[in-house]
Design a protein around this ligand. Structure first.
Ligand code: FEO
Ligand code: CA
Ligand code: CA
Ligand code: CA
Length: 651
């Protein structure tokens, strides 16, 4: 949500939206998920991974009203806010948008993207079969919609006036515009397109019925007047990043949920709850959703916020499936959780709490992953142990278990049971001695080298003297990336081990910056190895291609004078941590996703909040990407990027 008010000097250049005519048959399967031949280090090997695998022509840093791609690549404009998901919804007319219309259309501020392949011979409800498919020409695009911005969505607001002054009718639209979309998409002779009216197409919104499962389910702190069971909740909000499981489900994160709630925590009688609500930014002056829907007023329903801030798992292949909030993965401002699974081993999931001085987490399932036994696998994330990361001097690390009764997690410190530990995860992790980090965003394991990478976006609140080995910069404006190296066992990396090694993969920022505190450092690369446009700041989302190259999406580069975008780099070999600039956003936008098809030939990216800048509104937007139509506002949109010659993206 970085904001700038730079004078744009861009022309009103039309967005290039070439519809591709090339249609390539299915490609090779993705890389092996268990390869770990490089024990114990991840970057030790001089491999063929590197520049030759990232042979695209780098694009320049820029800041204008367009998106930017390397020469020889094209993007299909696949889904925009307001695009219909059914065959009868018709063209998007923003002035006619009501809650019912929004519920049948693509939501706002697209973030995480999962591409879930469809087996051509299986139908809805047959996720067991679909999840084994490598189909790269037809699948379900599962997309988060993180938050809404009334001043950019509706006429008549400024950013300030919309905070407490949004009309009931518009709040009703917002509650259908956030959440998640499932859209069947296919590659046609005309490029990637949504399949309107597909039986899989679905919106998950703030009114979708969900179940609360795991150790905290049913606890009294999750009970409300509408739900005395503490196990049933309507909807999800703040849906930032997420993950996929090998058993065909999608994980969606609840991040900035506090902003949905109004009311002064000091007016909540229970001290524990008041402190808890303060910690998540719930304030009297927040959005006025509570006036429209009383459960978003904590003075009416003080426990309702405890029903948000979880990871949500659902089955995209079954349009009737009921999403489940997984309390075992803890409650905080979840950026996402990504899963590492090996046959016969516990499932390990990594995630981050995206706030200043918050923690990196790891979950280890009680039971083991059994390929093909999906009834069994679908319970794996409901029982297990959550840990917070401690990153020590010299690259040593320990995962600290968040278990009631162990260490300081006792009644003396205000924990009644495991539900308290999970609901007040931040407090528990801090008491255990976990390392406060610089806003952990995506945490994901590279399927090729099996090491785990932590995106730390920035932390302007870190004071001088408050640095730690894994967060070495005071007032960290540019962010950094850590590499977690699990120890080896039987020739494989043991993600379930409670110790790990870590190193600094890169420090964001200009490698030639004069101020050492702002100077970027890209592994062992010399500054001269990083091109003028290769450096970046504020890593947010990350994805890996089939060769193990890392693709980092940024949120905040406009503070450094250029657009947010994508940078690709090797994780091994001579060009380890040497980024190359691949994609640039239109001004005001942040890039999310990114997600490859299994064959690596399509890369989906989500441009979130284009034209989000000071004084930019629906009535007078900074620009109108991607349509550039005076009748349409700027619209958050998903692009499908392909190489014009049909080759693998990036190679
Ligand atoms: Fe929603 Fe942490 O970015
Ligand atoms: Ca994010
Ligand atoms: Ca990711
Ligand atoms: Ca972010």
């Amino acid at each position: 949500m970085t904001r700038r008010n730079d004078e744009a000097e861009a022309t009103e250049a039309p967005v290039s939206l070439t519809r591709r005519t090339l249609f390539k048959a299915l490609g090779a399967a993705t890389a092996a998920t268990t390869g770990a031949s490089l024990l114990p280090g991840c970057g030790a090997k001089s491999s063929d991974q590197g520049a030759e695998n990232l042979g695209f022509a780098e694009i320049p840093h820029a800041l204008d009203f367009r998106h930017h791609l390397p020469e020889g690549y094209s993007a299909d404009l696949l889904l925009r806010w307001g695009d219909p998901l059914d065959a009868f919804a018709g063209r998007f007319v923003p002035e006619k948008l009501d809650a019912k219309e929004q519920a049948r259309r693509f939501g706002y501020n697209n973030d995480f993207i999962a591409f879930m392949p469809l087996d051509p011979d299986a139908g809805p409800g047959e996720g067991d079969r679909h999840c084994q498919s490598q189909n790269s020409a037809r699948g379900l695009l599962c997309v988060n919609h993180e938050y809404t911005q009334p001043h950019l969505m509706f006429a008549g607001y400024t950013e300030a006036s919309s905070v407490r002054g949004t009309s009931d009718a518009h709040i009703a639209v917002e509650q259908q515009a956030c959440g998640h979309s499932v859209v069947e998409i296919e590659q046609t002779n005309d490029g990637w397109q949504p399949v309107l009216g597909s039986p899989y197409n679905r919106r998950i919104t703030l009114t979708t019925a969900m179940e609360i499962v795991g150790a905290a389910a049913g606890d009294k702190r999750l009970q409300t007047s509408e739900d005395p069971s503490g196990t049933q909740v309507f909807g999800t909000v703040g849906n930032c990043a997420g993950g996929k499981t090998p058993w065909g489900t999608v994980l969606i994160a609840e991040e900035g949920f506090g902003g949905a709630f109004q009311g002064d925590p000091d007016n909540v009688a229970d001290e524990v709850e008041a402190r808890n609500h303060h910690a998540f930014g719930i304030e009297e002056g927040n959005r006025n959703w509570g006036d429209y829907d009383r459960r978003f007023d904590i003075t009416v329903e003080p426990n309702e916020p405890n029903r948000f801030g979880w990871m949500v798992e659902y089955d995209p292949y079954d349009p009737e499936s009921k999403p489940r909030k997984l309390t075992g993965l803890g409650r905080f401002e979840h950026e996402g959780f990504t899963v590492v699974s090996k046959p016969g081993e516990p499932v390990v999931a990594y995630g981050g709490d995206d706030d200043e001085h918050q923690f990196v987490y790891r979950f280890v399932s009680s039971d083991v992953y059994r390929p093909g036994e999906n009834d069994h696998n679908r319970q794996l994330l409901t029982a297990g142990t959550l840990y917070a990361g401690q990153f020590r001097e010299g690259g040593a690390g320990t995962w600290l278990p968040l278990v009631f009764g162990q260490g300081p997690l006792t009644p003396e410190n205000g924990f009644r049971n495991q539900a308290d530990v999970l609901i007040d995860c931040r407090r528990a992790a801090k008491l255990l001695g976990a390392t406060p980090m610089d806003r952990p965003e995506d945490v994901e394991t590279n399927p090729v080298n099996d090491c785990t990478y932590v995106m730390l976006t920035k932390n302007k609140k870190r004071q001088a003297g408050d640095e730690n080995p894994a967060n070495p910069r005071a007032r960290n404006t540019a962010g950094h990336v850590l590499e977690i190296v699990p120890p080896g066992r039987n020739g494989l990396r043991d993600h379930a081990n409670d110790t790990f090694h870590w190193n600094t993969f890169l420090l964001g920022g200009n490698p030639n910056a004069e101020d050492p505190a702002e100077r970027g450092a890209y592994g062992q690369q010399q500054p001269g190895n990083i091109s003028t446009h290769g450096w970046f700041a504020n890593p947010d989302n990350v994805a890996f291609d089939g060769l193990g190259n890392m693709w980092i999406a940024t949120d905040g580069c406009e503070d450094f004078g250029f657009h947010d975008g994508l940078w690709a780099m090797a994780t091994e070999g001579e060009r380890r941590a040497a980024p190359k600039h691949f994609f640039g956003c239109p001004q005001g936008g942040e890039i999310c996703g990114p997600e490859f098809t299994p064959d690596g030939k399509t890369l989906f990216v989500a441009v979130q909040h284009p034209a989000d800048a000071d004084n930019s509104t629906f009535d007078t937007p900074l620009h109108r990407w991607p349509d550039n139509d005076p009748q349409l506002p700027p619209r958050p949109s998903v692009l499908a990027i392909r190489r014009d010659d049909g080759g693998s993206v990036g190679s």
